[in-house]
Design a protein around this ligand. Structure first.
Ligand SMILES: Cc1cc2nc3c(=O)[nH]c(=O)nc-3n(C[C@H](O)[C@H](O)[C@H](O)COP(=O)(O)OP(=O)(O)OC[C@H]3O[C@@H](n4cnc5c(N)ncnc54)[C@H](O)[C@@H]3O)c2cc1C
Length: 301
């Protein structure tokens, strides 16, 4: 079967592309590695500053809404991980392990994967007490460490501060890089300590976390936080999921695309956080997805 369009990834960008493709009657296949659509948002405690949601919405509920909208749109959705591709020919090949899917056009909307911190620790601690899903795991802890200082980290630290007794934020930058919506309440929160220009170097403990060793990167001094039973949550930036797309022009790992989402290869489009861009938000991903699908429909005519 030769599809009109294959969309890779069902985060906000991929779902938006699929809805616009369906509206234009394109024979579309969506390939998403996870069971539920929604992408990065699934693990976000609260979606903020998104137009139309004045009181926010939990990431889990928002993702389920996207999932239902995608699956109700009539496009074919398969749970598959794309592992490779061959995009230069007229028939674009998208490879998922042993299976190959073919289409006239492809929209790549595979987003980013969160960076996982690397520090010395016993493997059991690393696996069981390290998370980036605050709303799911907060109830296991009364004390938590949040690694990161951007908007996402700050938002989740604030969320955690309402669920647990105490939060320590370990921030590599010299100041919190979060917007005032988050940085101001953090500065006033009685149960959040912010450790600036610092990194976690090791975590000790047998079955649970006992001590978290952090280094002040300016003075090089190490400090020991005694945190028996603590959880560690990480929000330390992300890397683009472009590994299967080696033929495309990339910049720092991200796909180069023009304002119509066209990439360096004819018939291949990129939408959302996967592409080189200034603002990585739901609104900009959804916008990219809409533009990409409209461009595909023009291209196919
Ligand atoms: C902690 C945190 C909080 C945030 N809060 C907000 C907020 O409040 N408001 C806001 O606007 N933005 C927020 N964001 C940013 C927002 O999550 C992103 O801008 C948005 O998710 C990007 O959408 P996307 O569709 O481009 O990519 P993603 O959401 O990353 O989705 C990509 C999808 O592609 C799939 N995929 C990846 N590789 C493959 C493959 N090889 N094969 C098949 N499928 C694949 C993934 O499983 C995923 O479903 C937050 C981000 C973080 C980290």
């Amino acid at each position: 079967m030769l599809y009109d369009l294959i969309i890779i990834g069902a985060g906000p960008a991929g779902v938006s592309s699929a809805l616009y493709a369906a509206s234009r009657g394109l024979n579309t296949l969506v390939l998403e590695q996870s069971e539920c659509s929604g992408g990065t948002l699934k693990k976000v405690s609260n979606i903020t500053h998104f137009t139309g949601f004045p009181t926010g919405e939990s990431g889990e509920v928002f993702s389920k809404t996207l999932d239902a909208q995608l699956k109700g749109s009539g496009v074919e959705v398969l749970q598959k991980k794309v592992t490779d591709s061959s995009l230069l020919g007229k028939e674009k090949m998208v490879i998922c392990g042993g299976e190959t899917f073919k289409a006239k056009t492809v929209i790549i909307a595979s987003g980013e994967t969160q960076n996982i911190p690397e520090f010395e620790s016993s493997s059991s601690i690393f696996e069981e007490h390290l998370h980036n899903f605050a709303s799911k795991y907060a109830n296991r802890y009364s004390d938590v460490i949040v690694i990161g200082g951007s908007d996402g980290a700050a938002k989740e630290a604030l969320y955690l501060s309402k669920q647990v007794f105490h939060v320590d934020m370990v921030v590599i930058e010299e100041e919190l890089v979060a917007v005032p919506e988050f940085s101001v309440p953090i500065s006033k929160a009685p149960n959040i300590d912010v450790h600036l220009h610092s990194s976690v170097v090791s975590v000790t403990g047998e079955r649970e976390v006992e001590e978290v060793h952090i280094r002040d990167n300016l003075s090089n001094e190490e400090k020991v936080l005694k945190k028996p039973g603590a959880g560690i949550f990480y929000y330390m930036g992300s890397k683009p999921n472009t590994q299967p797309f080696s033929e495309l022009k990339l910049d720092n790992g991200y796909i180069v695309a023009d304002e119509n989402m066209r990439t360096s290869i004819d018939g291949i489009y990129a939408a959302g956080n996967i592409r080189v861009k200034q603002v990585r938000q739901i609104s900009t991903s959804i916008s990219d997805g809409a533009i990409a699908a409209i461009e595909v429909s023009k291209y196919l005519k």
